[in-house]
Design a protein around this ligand. Structure first.
Ligand code: URA
Length: 271
């Protein structure tokens, strides 16, 4: 099988990025290859998996209608499993078209701690569970350092349920249609404490433009539209800490604060 020069370059670029720890959407890279690399007699390759574009969004209906549909589905779900099923069947998020799997939650249902991240990366999109790639492994170690784990006392989810193409940040409308599900997740899970992992999650949940540098380590009371509330502590995203290990000492301070808040709440007392 022969490859054009551009294709070879793009493959090398993808491999280099992957070595640097960046998850690469190879189908998106392929799409970026200039059309002139096709020989005259060649037919264009079959279209890659559909990725919703801004112009194709019309088909999904207005943002208001899609948020209303999400609110209705979320309100009807009476258990976390029912909510997961509702999210899996929801067609109003443009990210769904380009994703392999719907990534909803992992861990212990009804756990005292709920971690809310940003959204699936490449590994999560293949496996269908949140935080199972490199960043997820670091998250597990961070949680373990203060006695938390998805096996025993922690529930893990995200503010979006489908991987954004090329791991870009989710757009405002993509976050908005997922939000009713996130709030219902908090209502049904009733955590004693929420950890938001990374700036995208914290800014979206707290509806602020303030960055994670300022938000991290400061507990804020999170209240859902249904009136369920819990303290929320923003922390650095583990993927950020993989890139900037020098900030791990700050992350450690935030973890100690979380441990203190849980101890003060008696979240893990045996009676
Ligand atoms: N990053 C996130 O924020 N969530 C995941 O599930 C994986 C990586």
């Amino acid at each position: 099988m022969s490859h054009s020069l551009e294709e070879t370059h793009l493959t090398a670029l993808a491999e280099w990025w992957e070595e640097m720890g960046v998850e690469v959407d190879r189908s998106a890279l392929k799409q970026a290859a200039p059309a002139k690399t096709l020989k005259a007699h060649q037919e264009p390759a079959a279209a890659p998996a559909p990725v919703a574009t801004r112009s194709s969004l019309g088909k999904l209906g207005s943002l208001e209608a899609r948020v209303a549909a999400a609110q209705s589905l979320a309100a009807n779900a009476q258990t976390l499993d029912a909510l997961k099923e509702a999210i899996e069947g929801y067609e109003g998020c443009p990210l769904k078209a380009g994703a392999n799997k719907t990534v909803v939650f992992d861990g212990v249902q009804g756990a005292p701690v709920m971690v809310i991240g940003e959204g699936a990366g490449g590994t999560e999109d293949q496996v269908g569970l949140p935080f199972v790639g490199k960043a997820g492994k670091l998250l597990d170690r961070m949680l373990a350092s203060i006695g938390l784990s998805r096996e025993t006392n922690t529930f893990i989810t995200n503010v979006t349920y489908w991987r954004p193409p090329g791991n870009r940040n989710p757009e405002a409308d993509e976050l908005a249609v997922c939000r009713p599900f996130v709030d219902r997740m908090v209502e049904l899970g009733a955590p004693k404490l929420i950890i938001s992992a990374g700036g995208v999650s914290a800014k979206s949940l707290l509806e602020t433009k303030t960055g994670i540098m300022r938000l991290r380590g400061k507990p804020v009371q999170y209240i859902t539209p249904g009136g369920v509330s819990a303290p929320l502590v923003p922390i650095f995203h583990p993927a950020y800490l993989l890139r900037r290990p020098q900030d791990k000492s700050r992350a450690w301070r935030d973890l100690l604060l979380i441990q203190k808040l849980l101890a003060a709440d008696g979240a893990f007392s045996s009676h």
